[in-house]
Design a protein around this ligand. Structure first.
Ligand code: CUA
Length: 310
């Protein structure tokens, strides 16, 4: 094997550019550390105590003061521009990205593919395809970290966060929880398996499980959502077909994008954003429904809007 790896493997499209910035930061740190230590030694020797030498008070040095203000300022501006442009580029999820849902809880990662395949503490992804993860936490803050892809995202309870990556090399990589989340935090680990696309398709098709959309449809009637959201005489709430991805007008004039976050909020806190023309009659499902069930419901509601829901 290799001797001493300084960095994790490089296995995603952004890994190299993250490393370049990192090397730059290390370079600056090393340069100034060496400069300071060498100067200390040099001046200690040069101005050491000698018989007859007296200290001379220097009160001002304008050139020096400007230099030690302007130079660090320019360096930090370079770091800021470089870092933020990389950050912005990495937060834009490509349009054709594949969707995978992740729920973190003490102490495991549960992963849900749209095809119905579920995994725990393992994430299978195809090489050469952008993958978008939508993450939720069932309890406390976790952090989804794949060092080989140079991606890390805090997963905060009560909201969805997204991250994306595109694997470039088939292989097995570490998956960590990078936020201390209780007793077994250190055991909240797993592996990411990047596979060639055809192997991935085989893996995906290997097991036939209920798709999230189907599970969601079942929950939609189990939780009696269908009573109010149905068509016909019983309808008291908005019909959900065709809404996903659109702008919805609210009571009071505001708009909201009908997306994962809005559906989740409407299940947990239904009165927060009422659709225009409807009464605030929906009860909250807080505490009665798990994050995974919410994701299933979202998949079902999404499937009612075929094009935009993709
Ligand atoms: Cu989850 Cu640490």
């Amino acid at each position: 094997m290799m001797g001493f790896p300084l960095f994790p493997e490089v296995a995603s499209t952004i890994a190299k550019s993250v490393d370049r910035l990192y090397f730059f930061l290390i370079g600056i740190t090393v340069f100034f550390s060496v400069l300071i230590f060498v100067s200390i030694l040099y001046f200690a020797v040069k101005y050491r105590r000698k018989p007859g030498r007296t200290a001379e008070q220097v009160s001002e040095g304008l050139g020096l003061e400007i230099a030690w203000t302007v130079v660090p300022f320019l360096i930090t501006i370079v770091i800021f521009t470089w870092g933020s442009s990389l950050y912005i580029a990495n937060s834009r999820v490509p349009d054709q990205a594949m969707d995978i849902y992740v729920v973190g809880r003490q102490w495991m990662w549960k992963i849900q593919h749209p095809s119905g395949r579920r995994e725990i503490n393992e994430l299978h992804v195809p090489v050469g395809q952008a993958v978008k993860l939508t993450l939720a936490s069932q309890d406390v803050i976790h952090s989804f970290f794949i060092p080989a892809f140079r991606v890390k995202q805090d997963v905060v309870p009560g909201r969805y966060v997204t991250m994306w990556f595109q694997p470039t090399r088939a292989g097995e990589y570490h998956l960590f929880c990078a936020e201390y989340c209780g007793t077994s935090h250190s055991a909240m680990i797993g592996r990411v398996v990047a596979m060639e696309p055809e192997d991935f398709q085989k893996w995906l098709g290997g097991v036939t499980e209920e798709t999230p959309a189907l599970a969601g449809e079942r929950l939609f009637s189990d939780f009696n959502c269908v009573n109010c959201h149905a068509t016909g005489a019983r309808q008291r709430c908005p019909q959900l077909g065709g809404l996903y991805g659109t702008d919805v007008q609210l009571e009071g004039g505001a708009h909201v994008k009908f997306d994962e976050a809005y559906v989740r909020e409407s299940i947990i806190n239904p009165n927060a954003k009422i659709v225009k023309g409807y009464p605030p009659v929906m009860p909250t499902y807080r505490g009665q429904i798990s994050e995974e069930q919410i994701l299933d419901l979202i998949a079902y509601i999404r499937s009612l809007t075929p094009e935009k829901g993709q």
